[in-house]
Design a protein around this ligand. Structure first.
Ligand SMILES: [Zn+2]
Length: 255
């Protein structure tokens, strides 16, 4: 019974759960293949970096993928390249708000997770989040996280959310053994951050005993807080044994 996670890039994760492979939030485009996020403090094309695998490695990975799990359909989680490269009969698991859009994109095996779904020998629970505050938070639309339960492991993938009551509720309800949060402190020129800042991540770690990994970093132009910012905040708060900041391509075997 093994449960392993590889960070590919940004929020794109590969989960290997007892031989089954789930690809999470695929953004598969080449470096610079998309326009920048508008209304940010810079206009660098995205993704800012390449995937850590070769084209043929990606092809093999998609061939061996059993399901794709999508937290929401913003293009840094579900880009055109993913829509083109992933076979249209792949099982796609998503939040109810995205079911019809993904079907319209031509995918024939789309299943919504609401409030939970049993897939193979994994139970997947949907959780809520806030993709920002106020009007900007509303404009960002509905986002989800998921808790994947297999054996003794309960992995909470929080998705694009700031630290908020929804995250507290998800942790209280599902008692995750491991947590992955989306950092970067993504922010437009106006308004508050729309993904977790260093302070948000520290709050998560103080609220739970589960180990935390921070992803969603250094790939999209409006993510202003980078790996060194997170590493410094973690070290300053003596939480290095509890919070990891993986590099692209890095593996995490859940214990
Ligand atoms: Zn995002």
């Amino acid at each position: 019974m093994s449960f392993k996670v590889q960070l590919l890039r940004h929020a794109t994760l590969l989960l290997e759960i007892n031989g089954r492979r789930i690809l999470v939030d695929p953004m598969l485009g080449k470096k610079d293949s998309m326009d920048p996020v508008p209304n940010a403090s810079n206009s660098d094309r995205i993704p800012l970096v390449e995937l850590p695998i070769s084209d043929s490695g990606l092809e093999a990975l998609l061939y061996n993928t059993d399901a794709v799990l999508i937290t929401h359909t913003h293009r840094d989680h579900w880009d055109i390249a993913a829509q083109q490269k992933i076979p249209s009969d792949t099982t796609i698991l998503c939040q109810p708000a995205d079911e019809s859009l993904i079907k319209e994109q031509g995918f024939t095996h789309v299943k919504k997770v609401e409030p939970e779904l049993h897939w193979e020998d994994v139970v997947i629970h949907r959780t809520s989040g806030q993709h920002g505050t106020g009007e900007i938070g509303k404009l960002m639309g509905t986002v989800s996280g998921f808790v994947l339960v297999h054996g003794k492991h309960r992995l909470y993938i929080a998705g694009d959310t700031i630290w908020c009551k929804d995250v507290e509720d998800a942790i209280n309800t599902h008692q995750p053994t491991h947590i992955i949060v989306n950092g970067g402190g993504a922010q437009f020129v106006q308004g508050d951050p729309i993904t977790m800042t260093t302070d948000d991540v520290l709050q998560v770690a103080k609220f739970t005993k589960a180990p935390v990994a921070v992803v969603h970093l250094e790939t999209v132009n409006h993510c202003h807080q980078k790996r060194p910012d997170f590493k410094k905040a973690i070290a300053d708060n003596k939480l290095s044994s509890r919070i990891a900041v993986p590099e692209d391509g890095g593996w995490w075997e859940l214990q």
